[in-house]
Design a protein around this ligand. Structure first.
Ligand SMILES: NC(=O)c1ccc[n+]([C@@H]2O[C@H](COP(=O)([O-])OP(=O)(O)OC[C@H]3O[C@@H](n4cnc5c(N)ncnc54)[C@H](OP(=O)(O)O)[C@@H]3O)[C@@H](O)[C@H]2O)c1
Length: 356
């Protein structure tokens, strides 16, 4: 396997690239700056907006892991994804794992941060490249940010912008990496990923961007121009992705889609209780006000990006009570991985240091 990780210098792609490199795989990471790649990952210079550079980065690549940057402008995302799809087709990539970096609501929304990722999944799935779409919830690693760890350590307040009663299967970047490696390497049932969804809870309907009039027409799949290599049967390679029967029919042209999550599904109060036990002192959960959250993010990311991120939290607060739920046992069975217990993950983090 010769693997390209897009986003390898970032938090999620970095965890994936590190895990792959540690396992002895040949890994290259697409990067504009060349900084921040994990040890053992070969830098490949390029911008997702540059079709020729993306094509060069894919040259000789057999497998790819993709997470898109924090960009939500539909035409920009569309260009990035088309460049990836066309380069992957040209290289004859045998498996592409696309991390949507969030769950995708079962029905179309007006939230660009969801819909651009829904459209990207459809476009990649329609490209002809065997594609696995992984849809994670929020990450446990978000809690390591100083704006969360500070009040946690100094005030005993776990402040996060999700409703207190929302069930959340918080996922660690480490478990994301394990899931991605499994998705890259496990054979598909019947040798093909086409037309399957193995979501865990809620409405697992695979998305079709054309259902949503608010999605830019430019984001709808153009399958003919992206027709790719024939998916070959690989039924001789041991355990099979989705072989536990959790996969269910989806739309033609879509790849296999899996909702990811962690080992424990907890409400805000239950999450705070887990922190209380791990830290040995009382911790209470406070649902952060979304305007306050947006003001803080605006300071860090700028107004358009902050608004894009916060729009997902606003949608979830209003409509997404089940969006972050999951059956961890089904996911573990499908991907043949072990998820890290929440208590183990909390105990492993340097909270005092993170709060500084
Ligand atoms: N579900 C959650 O809890 C959660 C949490 C955080 C983020 N997210 C989502 O995850 C996604 C990634 O965000 P992030 O904050 O995790 O990313 P990040 O850690 O900041 O990493 C961004 C990565 O994308 C690369 N990149 C950025 N622009 C690029 C371009 N034009 N061409 C090539 N590479 C480019 C960067 O590489 P170079 O800079 O080296 O080029 C870097 O590797 C976003 O969609 C975000 O909304 C979700």
């Amino acid at each position: 396997m010769d693997i390209l990780v897009i986003g390898a210098s970032g938090a999620q792609g970095g965890a994936v690239a590190r895990r792959l490199a540690d396992s002895g795989h040949a890994v290259r990471g697409l990067t504009r700056s060349g900084a921040g790649l994990p040890p053992g990952v070969t830098p490949v210079a390029g911008d997702l907006a540059d079709a020729a550079a993306v094509r060069a980065a894919f040259d000789g690549v057999t497998h790819a892991s993709v997470v898109l940057p924090m960009v939500f402008e539909p035409s920009t995302v569309d260009a990035y994804v088309r460049n990836i799809a066309e380069a992957a087709v040209a290289a004859g990539v045998r498996r592409l794992v696309y991390n949507t970096a969030n769950r995708i609501p079962p029905v179309p929304t007006s939230v660009a941060a969801f819909e651009t990722r829904r459209a990207a999944a459809s476009l990649l799935g329609a490209s002809g490249v065997p594609t696995v779409v992984l849809r994670p919830p929020v990450y446990l690693d978000n809690l390591c940010a100083r704006w969360v760890a500070g009040p946690l350590v100094h005030e005993g307040v776990l402040r996060y912008p999700l409703p207190a009663d929302l069930p959340v299967s918080w996922l660690s970047h480490a478990d994301l990496a394990n899931a991605t490696v499994a998705a890259l390497t496990l054979p598909f049932p019947n040798g093909s990923p086409a037309g399957r969804t193995a979501a865990s809870s809620g409405d697992s309907t695979a998305p079709t961007p054309t259902q949503d009039p608010q999605v830019s027409p430019a984001l709808t799949p153009r399958a003919p121009s992206l027709s790719g290599p024939t998916i070959t049967s690989r039924t001789d390679e041991g355990p099979t992705l989705g072989s536990n029967g959790s996969a269910s029919p989806s739309h033609p042209g879509e790849g296999l889609t899996l909702d990811l999550g962690g080992a424990d599904v907890v409400t805000g109060d239950e999450l705070a209780a887990a922190f209380s036990v791990a830290l040995g002192r009382p911790v209470r959960y406070v649902a952060q006000d979304l305007d306050e959250f947006e003001a803080g993010l605006t300071h860090a990311l700028g107004a358009p990006t902050a608004a894009g991120v916060v729009s997902t939290y606003r949608w979830i607060a209003e409509h997404g009570h089940d969006l972050y739920d999951l059956d961890p046992a089904a996911l573990e069975k499908t991907l043949e991985i072990r998820l890290t217990p929440l208590s183990t993950w909390i105990a492993a983090q340097p909270w005092t240091e993170l709060a500084r």
